[in-house]
Design a protein around this ligand. Sequence first.
Ligand SMILES: [Zn+2]
Length: 506
Amino acid sequence: MRSMIENSIKLFMIFFLTTVLLAGSALAQDTDDRTKLFAEAQEPFLKGEYEKAIKIFDEILEIYPTDSKIFEMKGLALSNLRLESTLAMQPQQNVSPRDPSNFNKLSMLEFYKALEINPNSVLALNGMGLGFGNFGEYSEAEQYFKKALKIDPDNEITQNYLYSLEKLREKYSLNIFENPTNKPDFLQKIEERTIPYWVKNNAGWWAEDKISDDDFIAGIEYLIKNKIISISSQNNKENSFDVIPSWVKNNAEWWSAGQISDDDFLSGIKYLIENSVIKVNVPTNSELVQKELERKAWNFEQYLKDIQNDIKNQNRYVENINPSEYVIVKYWKDYHKWNLEQYLNKPEIFPDRNVWIDPETDRYVIEYKVYINDQPHGMPIDHVSTLENSFNFWEKYEFNTTDGKKAGVNFDITGTKGDANVWVTWVVRNLGEDVLGHATIGKGVVEVVIGSYGCDGSFQLFGVDTVEQIMTHELGHSISLGHSTNPESMMYPSISNTDYAYCLLN
Ligand SMILES: [Zn+2]
């Protein structure tokens, strides 16, 4: 035990694994090219060079114009371009003047297209929610987040955004505060739909013989892949028809004209597939889809332009719903209040912890007095209360000492800096590449990072559990523990999953 008490200052670091961007699947056959190009785009993206990344996304879209993942990534890149808190902006550079409103609009157009192709994309739904939020269209934003939550009820990003909206509502009494732009009817329809518009378009075109059977079938294949039609068992017997029966075409025509319901049409298709009347494995007619997509996006853009005009005319006050954006600005101000780096190499100013033997239990009690540093006012995520969890984690432990006794630790919070053995502070400064926190053995400053650029290249706050985990680890160092080689251990030097509270790519 004694030998463990070193007062030498030693920095311990905790690393995190770089987030790997989502790798999607292409609709077309040649996925190698796409994978290569996608990897090529990822590099500038993570460096914050979004214009470069967008150029590559556009190249991919020329080859695979219905790849919803690429639209999503392009939307994210455009969304990041409107921010100051990205890797590319720090701290230098003569960047061309940004027009945040325009970038917000452009990013929403990409999420819109992604949703046209895949209405169940949680990322694109969240992206739309964020975009509407950035325009001060909070009710509209809420609808998109709620739809995302319907598809993925456990999605914490969506939950966090909804909570963020709720807090705005409390703060401003939203129905008075909000003055939304009129929404065109067609948008309402998109929100209710789970079948991509192009499948229905295909059906109409196919009924009018504008496209081949194969193209029509491609749409059906999409519905199966995305579990919009569930096929119980696909019969393997050879086609008993070479041609799709004409009544299917009639159905398709009625369906595209809205004369029969989705369910009616789908159950007919389901019957055909299960009985091998139609086979499904053909790529889609991308040129037609692309044209239609552009046309629809143009309509949506008119709505967004109306919103932009209203923002100007109403002099609309907008509070962003991703708090990461204002938290980093708060930390940039009063830098030295939140960052205690000037005390890192000054162990002499910290008193030694108290150690005594409890006569009743004959156990060592090692007592740490902890001073909690200030945080900027109005932080969206409460880390002070989870600090208790970190304390409890170590207070539960029983340690063995070299003289055969047992030892336990106690943390007490003190409001007096001079009495404290340990000062904890939450920071956003750069502690070094991939370093999330550090502490010194026995006493001194514990710094824990509350966010980073590692998710999508813009500054994003961590989730509360991630920060708690880093804090617990660093406090472990404060009580003299070193690193463990066991990946399950709290003292393992790296953290396996870093959760970001508002990052769409999480
Ligand atoms: Zn460590």
